[in-house]
Every structure is written in structure tokens, then in C-alpha cells.
Design a protein around this ligand. Sequence first.
Ligand code: PLP
Length: 492
Amino acid sequence: MQRISASFLPPIALDVKSETPMYHQLSDWFRRAILDGQLRPGQRVPSSRNLATELKISRVPVLSAYEQLYAEGYLETFVGAGTCVARSIPDETLKPANTKSRSAPSETAGQPAPRRTSRRAALMHAPAQSWLNNLGAFRVGVPALDHFPAGVWSKLVNRHSRQPRDTMVYGDPMGYLPFREAIAEYLGAVRAVRCDASQILVTTGSQQGLQIAAHVLLDPKERVWMEEPGYPGAHQAFTTAGAQMIPVPVDQEGLDVPWGIRRGRAAHAVYVTPSHQFPLGTTLSATRRMQLLSWAVHNGAWIIEDDYDSEYRFGGRPIASLQGLDTDARVIYVGTFSKVMFPSLRLGYVVVPKDLVPAFSAVRDAADTFSSTLYQVVMTDFIREGHFARHIRRMRVLYMERRATLVEAIANQMGDRLEVIGAEAGMQLVALLPHGVDDEAVARKAAKVGVSARPLSRCYLNPPARGGLILGYGGANTDEIREGIRKLKTCF
Ligand SMILES: Cc1ncc(COP(=O)(O)O)c(C=O)c1O
């Protein structure tokens, strides 16, 4: 039996003026709490001395109540564990008597009646699909955690956990300054981003960066061009801001800017992944970049550039950011450490045009004040001491190998069914399905055999012409990749 500590005892209300004796009130309270499931079998209860002190009453009624509860079998003593709720209370008596009324106030014929939420919330999809649940090979957005330099990382965490004073207090909503300096330097060198540390806003990942950008830049019902297909997380971020999303198609040159100008109606902003389009993997061509920047200047529109995994390019020269080409401070550049480090770190950043810094800072502050200082400090050292650059270099080689294994396994085992696109960069590729095959159905079958294959159709705002699977290869070794494709084959 698991022992549960006594630290969280629900509040005990005693009526000192009541005619019911104090010990009676206390034993009643414990009995009810045990039967309602608020106190669970094996859970420690406070010592009579501590409870009397806490309730500011004499110890006598507490001792009497405990004696009564022992006699009735509600409490037991265990050597070394003190007094606990008895383990032998039958399960069925432990069901909370009033759970129903708490969780679903109006139920008809067993079906909870839907309760009103905001229109924005009703438009959101809960991310509970099985293919998102850390399942087998091909998880999207999962890096090679088996190659993460855990030794170095834990040393740095340890180093800073020992000097907690500076890391345990409230921090700047924009982020820890040395970390922002390190990010600005890194982005300048590697991504040709033009900024200084004052423009770096540290976030809990790019999802928060997108959400903050949407809230700062857009009023409800204002239009934003979205890549079609595009990143579902961006759909969610713009939905929560109440924006109206205009799907603009993506072709071999990336976002079809001329299409947007002709047919996309005026918009206040555009969301774009120019270095590595999510999910199709194309790169926004130089012509389209210039068209997009010029459209933004002429329309007073914002460009939200999501540069989520551009560290990993396998062929050709690295592609500079759109932000670096912008001469009118129209680009809001969003980045993340989720791919290059690990997603649960929850650290990302936004490069904010200088005049918008106060607005971004205020919205960040309202969202969740600031990111964990401990991890910002640790990341600063990880970058400054050269571990970051080394890790990225190693991962680039590893992902190249994993990508080649996946492409080859698909060609050998499923070349007649899957058409690979977008395999030149990043940690995932798209495998298009034959026309007419339902990607959701394939993804569901894949989940049943332990393989995560995200349906491409989830990335569309309008129904897609052709389905596909998004297959991540960063987090699976070459054996797992081959085995994953063998399993996937059984789903057709
Ligand atoms: C296009 C895109 N942007 C951003 C992210 C990362 O989001 P976060 O930094 O919130 O983990 C992902 C992750 O899969 C992504 O695919």
C-alpha cells in the first residue's frame, strides 16, 4: 500500500458555538472525508499534537476523536508511518458521493449537456489524438534524445541549482539578459537575423511566441494569411486571438504570394515558415521573399516568421532568415529550442521590432510573467561554453543518416504507396498517400500497431486534395525506423 503524506489535509471547519461536542465534530469530519475520498486509504493524518495546534484547540478532543475512529476501523497505526487512514475500507464506500453534481451539473440520459464556452474555445481542437502521445517511431518534433549530452547538461543544472538566490526570484518578462545576449549573437551569426539583445523576448517555446505575436498584432476578426497546409499550432494560436485565417496555398516555391495578393484579400498579417515550410518542407524562393516583404510594406502588414528547425539543412547552403532581409521592421521572428535541445525545456524566443518591445513585453507579462530563470541561466552557459554548437553539429550528421534510412526504407518497402516530399531539411518529411486514401484512417491503424504517423489533412484549413503522413525521424534510431516502416506497411 502506497503511503500518502499528510501534507494536504482539506480544511476542517469546526463550530465552537455548536452544541455538538468538539471531538464529535472532528470524528464526523474525518469519517465524511474518508468516505468522500478526500482522504485516501494509507494516507497519513496529522499527529494529535499538530492537529490541535493547527486548529487552535486543546489536544483532548483530537485524541478522543482519533480513538473513536480507531475503534470504528477508519484509522490504523503503522510502525514508522504514524496514524493513517485504514487500508481495509471497501472501495465502493470510497466513491465521492457528490462527484456527479460537481463535474456535470445537467445530465440527460447519461449524456452530459454541453456547457457554453467562448466561440474561440469551441473552434479549438484538443491535442489528444493517439499519434501525438509519444508513440513509437516517427513522432513529429521529437529530437534524438538518446544522443543528448545529458552529462554536461546535468552538471550545468547542478552548478546553478547550488546558487539559487538569483534564479529563484521573479525575473524580467523579456527574459534573462545574458541569455538574450547569447541568443542575439547566435541568431546574427547563424541566421543573419539583425537584432540586439533588447529585442529578444524569451518565451516558453515558439507556441507562446506565436500566441503573443497574435495577441499583440491582431484584433478579433482581423485577417491573417496562413500557409495551406500549415502548422496546426499556428492555427490554434491565431484562433485564440480571434483572428480570421485566410488559407494561401503552398507550392514548390513555398507560400504562393502572388495567389495571396490576387485572391487572399487584404490581411493584417501573414504566418510563414520560409526556411522549411511546415509540413511540406519547401523553401520560400528568393522572388517570393521579396514579393512578401514588399506586400507587407505596401499594406502595413506584419510577417510572422516561424524558423522552428532551420539548424538542420542537409543539402545546399544555409538559408538566411526573412527577418535579415527586412528593411521596414515588418518581420516578427519566432524561434525555439524544442528541436535543437528538447521540447520539455519550453524555451523559445521572439525577435521583436524595437518599437513593439513594450507591447510584447506587456502581453508576455500578462501571459505567464516570465520563463524559468534556472533553465535560461543553464542554457546561457550551454551556449557560451560551446556545447550548443557542438550538439547541433552532431545532430545534423545523425539526422542526415536517419533521414536517408527512412527514405530508403520507404522506397524499398512502400515505394508503390508512399511518395516522399520535403526531405532536404529538418526532422520530418511528408509521405503522400495514393489519391483517395484517408490519412486519418491510416494514422489510426498505425497508432494501433505502435507507430505515430500524423495525418497531413490535420494541417489543412480546407479539405485537402490528397492525404499524407508526416513522419518524424529525429527521435528514432535506424533500426526503429526500418521496423516502423515494416509496421506501417501492415496498415494498408
Ligand atoms: C512549425 C513549428 N513551429 C513551432 C514548433 C515548436 O513549438 P514549441 O517551441 O512550442 O515546442 C513546431 C513543433 O513541432 C513546429 O512544427
